[in-house]
Design a protein around this ligand. Sequence first.
Ligand SMILES: [Zn+2]
Length: 472
Amino acid sequence: MEKRMKKKEIEQISKRLISKPKLVWDAIDKKEKAMVFDFDKEYKNFLSTAKTEREAVTVISEIARKNGFSEKPPGKHPIKLMRTFQEKSIALSISGKKPMTEGINLIVSHLDSPRLDLKQNPLYEEVDLAFMKTHYYGGIKKFQWLTRPLAIHGRIIRSDGSSLDIIVGEDHADPVFTVADLLPHLAGKVQTDKKVSEAFVGEKLNLMVGALPIGDKDTKERFKLAILNLLNEKYGLIEEDFISAELEVVPAGPARDIGWDRGLTGAYAHDDRSCAFSSLKALLDVRNLQKTALILFVDKEEIGSDGATGAKSRFLESVLADFMVAHGQEPLYHEIHRVLMNSRALSGDVNGALDPDYQDVHEKRNASRLGYGVCLTKFTGSGGKYGANDANAEYVGWLRALFNKKKVVWQTGELGKVDEGGGGTVAKFLALYGMEVIDCGPPVLSMHSPFEIAHKGDIYMTYKGYRAFLES
Ligand SMILES: [Zn+2]
C-alpha cells in the first residue's frame, strides 16, 4: 500500500513544483527598498521634464553627454557612441569585449505618447471665446481629456526659418488650457444615452485658449485676433506659422506620488517613459560588458511605428553602420545583418496591469499585476495572436534563467482575455531582422490616460532586469 505523505512533505513538493509570482516588497531587503524609492525620485523628475518625444531626446542626450557619450567618440575602449535623428529618436551604445558580429544586446523603447496635437490651422473663435482645433494622437479615451488643465509643448518654424520652442502650462505662473465638457443636466440625448465611442467626438476636442477681445464690436474676429496679436507680441508669430508647427497638448503638471504610503507613481506617459528611463539608467550603470549594448529610443509607436523616426524606419541599420565604423569595422550590408540576426532584444514597453475594478477583461492566471515586478510578454497581437511577435521558447528560457540568477523580480503577462482586444509594440519590427525579441516592461494601470499609474517596485525591477540583460 502506498505510504501516506506527511503534511510537511506535501508542502515541500508544492514549494518545489508550483510557480508562484513574487511581490517585489516580499522579495527585497530594506536596502534595496530604499533604492526603489531613490530610483523613483529620478524617474519622476524625468517624467516631469520630458513630456514630448523631442523633449525626451533633449534630456536623454544631455544625460548621455554628461556621461561621456558623443557622436565622434575617441577610439579607445569602451566606445560610448550617441546618435540622434530628427530630434525625435536617439541611440546610445557602449562597446563590449566581444566582436559585434556575435550579436549585440539591444533595448528599444518609444518616446511618443498619446496626446492631442494642434491642427495646422488651429485658431478660431466661437460665441466670443477663442479656441484651437486639435487632432488626437494615438489610442485615447476621448472623455479623459476633457475638463482638465492641459499644457502646450512644441516647436514652431517661422517663415524666416527660425525656430521657436514653447512650453506653456507647466510653470505655476503659467496659464493652462482646457477642453470643456457639457453639463450633465443637458447631456442626456447627446452623450449619456449614446455609446461611449459615439458620445465623445474627436472634432469637439477643441482647446480653450482665450476670452479677451481686441478693438470694439465692429472688429472682425476680435477674439481670435486678440490671441494672434498676443502671440505676435510675445513670440513674433503670425497665423501662417502654425502650419509649420508641431504643438502637442499634454496634461499639465508634474509626476506625483500616489497613496498615503507613496507606493505608486502617477504621471502622464509611463507608457513608455518608464522603459526609456530604465534602459537609459541601466546603460549608464553597466559594468564589464561582454557584448556591445545598444539602446534605441524611437518615436511614432502609438500610431503604428510608421515614419522616418518610427521603429519601421531604417534608423537602426544606419546606427549600426555608424557603430561598426566607430569600432573599426567596415559596415558591409551583410555584416550589419549578421549582427542584427545574432542579436538579442528587449522591446521595452508597458503591459496593461490587472484592473481591480474590471478584472473580467483579463484572464487572471495570465495577467500582469502591479507590484509583481517587470513583465515579460511573450506575445502581443489580437484575435488569435494576429499581428504578434511571439518570442521563442529558447529565448524566454534563457531570459527567465538570467532574471532568476540576478534576483530580478519578474512576472509574465498577456494583454487581456482571448478575443477581448489586444495591441502591439515595436517587437515585431525588430523581429524582421531575425533577432530574438520579447516585450519586457512594467505593468501600468489607466494606460493611455492622462494620469497613468505605475508601481515603484515594478519600475525599479525594469531597470534591474534591463541592466542584467545588457551585462549578459
Ligand atoms: Zn507603449
